[in-house]
Design a binder for this molecule. Sequence first.
Ligand code: DMJ
Length: 606
Amino acid sequence: VTESEILSLSAERLRHGSASPTSFRLTEKFILLLVFSAFITLCFGAIFFLPDSSKLLRGGDAGSILGSDDRVLAKIRKDHEKALLEAKDTLQKRPEEIQQDISMEKEKVVKDSLARAAKDGNQLPLVEYRRPPGATGHVPLDPETRIRREKVKEMMKHAWDSYRRYAWGSNELRPVSKQGHSSNLFGSIKGATIVDALDTLYIMEMFEEFDAATDWVEKNLDFNVNAEISVFEVNIRFVGGLLSAYYLSGKEVYRRKAVELGEKLLPAFKTPTGIPWALLNLKSGIGRNWPWASGGSSILAEYGTLHLEFMHLSKLSNNPEFAQKVMNIRKVLNRLDKPQGLYPNYLNPNSGQWGQHHVSVGGLGDSFYEYLLKAWLMSDKTDEEGKKMYYDALQAIETNLMRKSSGGLTYIAEWKGGLLEHKMGHLTCFAGGMIALGADGAPSDKTGHQMEQAAEIARTCHESYARTALKLGPEAFRFDGGVEAIATRQNEKYFILRPEVIETYMYMWRFTHDPKYREWGWEAVQALENHCKVEGGYSGVRDVYASTPNYDDVQQSFYLAETLKYLFLLFSEDDHLPFEHWVFNTEAHPLPVIRKNNSDTPNHVE
Ligand code: DMJ
């Protein structure tokens, strides 16, 4: 029966007036029966197929259905009340408390996601790699500078090829005996020279060598060692070297290895104050301090030289723990009284009190000051705390340690409980470069003064070289007993290929373009070639005042990381690793400035 047939039947009935049920014709009755039985089938079907039908069929009565509705309603009401109470609680909190809750919640989310990632075997979050400007440079226009730059590259090639030939995989090379050398600073971690040299190879565009080094790192660099290492040395050379190699090349293996090693260093911070131990067993995670350091103290230049690398580790791993650890060091230091505004070299990690009141801008103190300034620069100048600590410390150093000799040489002495020792270390010579780097950010009336100080320190350090037979600087020189800028003790006359004087020439050249700094750098190149170069590489010498070199038979890894890199940059254009984009760690490993518009800026992590 079609719709139109039913319609026509109804129309006919209308035409004949209203019809009683008894007057239905057979066909009509049949159609009605059909419609009725369809309706019954539909109702019956509904009992089976409606969502709650099973309950009905299981014999659930109306009361129990109503009961479950009540329960649902009660739960909704309870949730609602709970949410209201929570909202009320939150509104009663102070904004700082709310902020703290948010950061704790955020931290928890990060930790959970890291734990999940670790479980998946994928330890690192995805980061977008963008090469910062100036990773490689171009040939200088000036022909003499071009030749000098090429010469430095040749020196690097000789140092690297010799290491590769005689000591591949060892930490350092013995260039006279032509074999490997292992210092106990790295425990049984291997390949210090390879990791320290990576970025120098890259910036000199020695890519075949860089690839060979990468291959070694991928296959052999292993931190799962049951041995005690120096936290400071491993951080500045290995973590720093790996981070720079990552930022220059974008190769993931370097990010992975840097974070892996950073995690291995974290147990060093398990002390009552959070001031890390100097030495750490990488397997057991047990730390201790150097036995000779004032009553079990940690060393300022060691625990104070982790900041730059650890901020980058947090950035590259999304793990805020690294940054928190180094920010806590600052907190501890800021709570302490400083004698004359100076930072003693020794601090006890258990009591949080200073050890002996010895102050130095050379060994045991040096890079702590450097990292305060560079933390500020690397944070895109947002780390105001680091900035203040640096300029305050420099003021105290100027007042208490900086002196001028009767011959007119400015030097930075050592301070021992208020008494001055008129000696300046080769290590202290880095301060010329540091002061020049910070001069621009100093209060405006101090900028010129600090540039002068930097230039004077550079001149003094140059004198310490010029007054020797080999034209290489001694380990320490004195300004007493009638001498100026000369080593008087036999055990201070050695030169171990250190970079600090050349580092200062490089900074001074960039800031002043005074040609004398390139000349002084070139003098150093000639001295290195004449007195340190041997068939199997470059060696340190035991006495710079002797007319012929007595070799110490060690090619230090920092010779490739720092000395040759700073020489190369001294003879390069300023846009190669420009200071507005890169900050050098204390081992000369370039780290990019962390831009403030990036949500991962150091202050944000803090
Ligand atoms: C390097 O390892 C670093 O420059 C450190 O800060 C001090 N000593 C050596 C180089 O002399």
